[in-house]
Design a protein around this ligand. Structure first.
Ligand SMILES: Nc1ncnc2c1ncn2[C@@H]1O[C@H](COP(=O)(O)OP(=O)(O)O)[C@@H](O)[C@H]1O
Ligand SMILES: [Mg+2]
Length: 399
């Protein structure tokens, strides 16, 4: 089944060269000259080069990479706070890159709001004034501004703080005000640049959780910039890893962890706790062979012998897991004319495909038998044996 999703943002061949001699820099890039060398030779900085990606409606898309890799430049090109040197940025099919000032103002007003690095609040104004400020510059009436600001404040959990001065709030609360200001205009797209980077680790983690919860309800399209891989993996439906102004890889957390595109990405993800990201589905093996509950014990024993297995899953004709048969129980029973269902173990561990490895390890430790990965109808999708976990975690070292 293919799921067709609406593309909210389409970025095509986006180029940004800082400096006056764009053409010179571009021709050097095409010759394979590095960003560093181009700067030394021409004093032009390659901000972005031929960047291509799509962001789907309702998706949280994370731009990730080391400092200076071009994340902010890319984000700021999306709403033309920075004018790209070349390329296209389609939002709902309209090209932001070629809009005149009036069209651009309209697009910013209706479609995109930005949450800045380090909050960018007006310190001496109150919370509600700060939140309403975005609406004020859009020329919305005072009455409507304050109604909308009030709603946005409630969404980010700041009810009761409307008349506090923002300078008196903690970092986490200031960031909520920044978020409320962006939400007040009810944009389709939220652009967030290192929005949580200035926060203490605990508050930061809390804000990430809240953004996820908020996003479940609001279903905005979010482009989130982060240099923190854990944050990217936590928030991003998909992640683009940037290096020197180009995208090194785009994919889901699983795709990037299990199949890094190059050494740069491998190095980037080397320190990640894979047990939090990889799930049962990523490490399970195909469930073969299995034995039908209607088969005889002799058949089951033959299958196990042939495949060198000491246990085998028992399924019904719909592939629903009924139990597991162990060789040491099956062998003596087969001489007593017993059936599979008399000797199979029915008290088995079953898990859903999206359970992270971290939660599978303790199950495995308690019970040496394989674990069945099943869908919501208990149909067998795959099996996990001890070796699957070890090999999934070892991918990196083997390479
Ligand atoms: N206004 C500017 N003028 C010249 N160079 C810039 C400007 N803004 C950014 N750059 C350069 O572009 C590159 C990408 O920067 P930036 O997008 O801020 O990176 P990131 O957000 O990933 O840390 C860096 O080499 C930076 O020095
Ligand atoms: Mg930046």
């Amino acid at each position: 089944m293919t799921i067709h999703r609406k593309k909210k943002i389409e970025v095509r061949n986006l180029v940004k060269i800082f400096g006056k001699n764009t053409q010179k820099a571009v021709s050097l890039i095409e010759q394979g000259v590095s960003k560093q060398e181009i700067f030394e030779r021409t004093k032009q900085t390659v901000g972005l080069y031929k960047v291509n990606f799509d962001v789907y409606e309702g998706e949280t898309f994370v731009l990730m990479g080391l400092s200076g890799s071009g994340k902010s430049t890319l984000l700021r090109c999306l709403n033309r706070l920075i004018d790209p040197s070349d390329g296209h940025i389609l939002v709902d099919g309209d090209d932001i890159a070629t809009m005149d000032d009036k069209e651009l103002r309209e697009a910013r007003r209706k479609k995109m709001s930005m949450v800045f690095q380090g909050f960018a609040l007006l310190p001496h104004r109150t919370v509600i004034d700060n939140v309403a400020f975005g609406l004020e510059i859009q020329g919305i009436s005072k009455e409507e501004r304050y109604v909308k600001a009030e709603e946005a404040i409630a969404k980010v959990g700041l009810k009761g703080y409307e008349s506090s001065k923002t300078s008196q709030l903690s970092g986490g609360m200031q960031q909520r005000v920044g978020l409320a200001r962006a939400l007040a205009t009810d944009p389709d797209v939220l652009l967030m640049d290192e929005a949580f980077s200035a926060l203490d680790p605990l508050i930061r983690s809390e804000m990430q959780d809240e953004l996820i919860a908020l996003q479940d309800k609001l279903k905005k399209t979010i482009v989130f910039v982060s240099h923190d891989l854990d944050e990217a993996l936590k928030l991003g439906d998909r992640i683009a890893i940037m290096k020197d102004g180009v995208i090194a890889q785009i994919g889901t957390a699983e795709e990037i962890l299990t199949n890094p595109a190059d050494d740069y990405v491998s190095e980037f993800v080397a320190g990640v706790d894979r047990t939090k990201i990889l799930t049962a589905e990523n490490i399970m093996k195909r469930p073969d062979p299995v034995v039908s509950i209607n088969a005889g014990l002799t058949v089951a024993l033959q299958l196990m012998k042939k495949h060198g297995m000491s246990s085998i899953f028992v399924v019904d004709p719909d592939k629903v897991v009924k139990g597991i048969l162990c060789v040491d129980a099956a062998a003596p029973a087969s001489k007593e004319k017993k059936e599979i269902k008399d000797v199979m173990k029915t008290d088995i561990s079953i898990i859903a495909p999206d359970i992270p490895i971290k939660e599978i390890i303790p199950i495995m430790a308690e019970d040496a038998l394989p674990i069945a990965v099943v869908n919501e109808n208990k149909k067998l999708l795959g099996v996990i044996v001890r070796g699957s976990i070890l090999s999934a975690l070892a991918i990196k070292e083997e390479d």
